[in-house]
Design a protein around this ligand. Structure first.
Ligand code: LHQ
Length: 282
């Protein structure tokens, strides 16, 4: 066994991360646009279904964006018609299926944990269908927008599985227990418009302008007080398991940290001087 990362254990016979990254960059694409990291799932012929290689590379690229100090927002989308159809079902079937027992612990759980832990806003730009783990990866992001041609499917029940990748956690938070329960059991296809209406996602944009509209949200976020947004994300993460008193305490602690940032000073100065603030993200 080689331990490359506390979250991921690779067999000695498997490709290691560095090798994986250099050989197989194409299952996930990464580019920097100003201070936004644009990450695109890229197995369009499989509707961007996750195989192991893609799941590991996606984690590595999330880490790269998280660690790069120039990056102040992460934008995740899919290449081609789909956002992601979730697990590549070909990989769990056939003559040499990948070990089912390792899929959640090594692929999806670390992806969801990373996205929630990253101290930068993460935008899911859902360009097409998002099914199974693909849907729930999108739904755990900080801002979820979708194109009019997108849809969300908790496809798990159709194949006898339960919603994973945080689906049983985020879905009831987003749409309420009853809607979540029904969607998880029936596996209905939810249109982007319906997803917006029931609070599953933030906004829908027309397909023709989706790329520019969603990227402009990422651009706005990338110019905001990044540390303040990180503390906001932390407070929201904590709110889910805190009672009111604990959460008020948490807000007290985190607000003091926010007030100690240079961006807070800049925000206050700019307001008093009636000018547009220039935030540095610190
Ligand atoms: C696919 C897939 C796919 C491979 C489309 N795999 N090829 C955790 C624990 C362990 C194991 C299992 O998984 C998990 C987490 C999960 O994510 S479970 C849920 C897995 N995902 C699904 O069950 C969704 C399966 N896909 C679909 O239901 C449909 O393909 C959707 C509704 C996404 C799209 O439908 P259509 O628009 O009608 O497109 P299509 O079905 O024709 O798919 C297009 C192509 O993509 C097609 O390839 P082909 O060569 O025939 O053109 C599909 O085979 C391929 N594809 N999803 N998950």
């Amino acid at each position: 066994m080689i331990v490359k990362n506390p979250l991921i254990i690779l067999n000695a016979t498997e490709v290691t991360y560095g090798f994986l990254l250099s050989l197989s960059m194409n299952t996930v694409l990464y580019e920097q646009q100003d201070t936004v990291a644009v990450i695109r799932l890229n197995r369009p012929e499989k509707f961007n279904a996750f195989n192991r290689e893609m799941a590991l590379l996606f984690q590595e690229l999330l880490d790269k964006a998280a660690e790069d100090e120039e990056i102040r927002c992460i934008y995740i989308s899919g290449n081609g018609k789909a956002f992601s159809a979730g697990q590549d079902l070909g990989e769990v079937t056939g003559p040499a299926p990948f070990d089912f027992n390792r899929i959640l612990s090594e692929h999806y759980n670390p992806i969801i944990q990373r996205i929630r832990r990253i101290r930068k806003p993460v935008v899911a730009a859902v360009n097409g269908v998002a099914a199974g783990a693909g849907a729930n990866i999108a739904l755990c992001c900080d801002v979820v927008v979708a194109s009019t041609q997108a849809s969300f499917i908790q496809a798990f029940s159709k194949i006898g599985l339960i919603p994973d990748s945080g689906g049983t956690y985020f879905l009831p938070l987003l749409v309420g227990f009853q809607k979540a329960s029904a969607l998880a059991m029936l596996g209905d296809k939810v249109s982007a418009e319906e997803a917006e209406r029931i609070g599953m996602i933030y906004k829908v944009f027309p397909t023709e302008s989706f790329e520019s509209s969603s990227l402009s949200i990422a651009s706005v976020l990338s110019n905001m007080p990044t540390e303040g947004l990180a503390l906001t994300k932390q407070a929201l993460n904590e709110s889910v398991s805190n009672n009111l008193n604990q959460q008020l305490q948490s807000e007290d602690t985190l607000q003091k940290k926010a007030a100690a940032t240079t961006d807070y000073q800049e925000g206050i100065n700019a307001f008093m001087e009636k000018r547009t603030p220039v935030f540095k993200g610190k």
